[in-house]
Design a protein around this ligand. Sequence first.
Ligand code: 13P
Length: 252
Amino acid sequence: MRLPIIAANWKMNTNIEQAVGLVEEMRDGLDKIEKVEKVLCPPFISLAAVRELIADSSIKLGAQNMHFEEKGAYTGEISPLMVKDLCEYIILGHSERRQYFGETDEMINKKVKAALRAGLKPILCIGEKLEENEQGKTAEVVTRQIKAALAEVVSPLGLVIAYEPVWAIGTGKAASGEGANTTIGFIRRIIAQLYSEEIAQAICIQYGGSVTSANVADFIGQPEIDGALVGGASLKAEEFIGIVEQTAAAKG
Ligand code: 13P
C-alpha cells in the first residue's frame, strides 16, 4: 500500500510572518491526521521558521526549487545540500518553472539526479499544456517528460510524481477524477516499462491543479491517484486541513 501524500505548494506567497501564522493555524489539525504524508513547501525565506514550528509534529518540509550543482558561483541559487539541511522534499520541474524560467527536460533531469544524490525526495511535476491536451498529445508529452527527467536514474525509489495538467493549474478548472486516474495509470505503466512493475507500484503519483476540499474526494477515490499537490487551497488552513482529512478518510 502506498502512503498518500498531500503537499502544499505555497508558490511565491507569504512573508515570514504570514507563513508562521499559517503554520500555527494548520499545525495541530494536520499533525493528528494519520496515514497521510503531509508536506508544506513555503518560500525559501520561511523554511527555517516553519521547520522549527513543525519540528515535533508529523508534518514534513519541502522546498520549491533548487540548482543541480552542490555549490559554486551561481548567484541567487540554492543547492541540493542547502535544501537538505532543512527539508526532506523538493518540488522539481513545476510547470511555472518550465514556463517562466526556461527549465528544460535536461535541466530537470540534472536536478532530479542531484536531489536523489543528496538524499532528498523529489516531487517531479509533469503535465501537458492546454493545446497539447486538445491535440490529444497528453500521453506523448508525459512520456517525454518522464523519460527525460529519469534518464540515467538507476532507481527512482523515493521519488514522487505530480501529474499537473497545465490547463488545470490556478484556473479553477480541475481535471476529472477519471481523466486524471487514466493519465496517472498511464504514467505508472511508463515507470513499469523503465524499471519494474514492483517499482511502479511503489511510486506515489499525485494529481495537481485546482484541488480544493470540494473536489479532492473525486481524485483521492481513484485507485491510481496517491494524493495531491495543492496550490491556492493550501494557503487557507481550514481548506488544507479538510483536504488532508478527506484523504485520510478515503485512503486510510
Ligand atoms: P492550484 O492548486 O492553485 O491550481 O496550483 C496547483 C499547483 O500548481 C501546485 O503545484
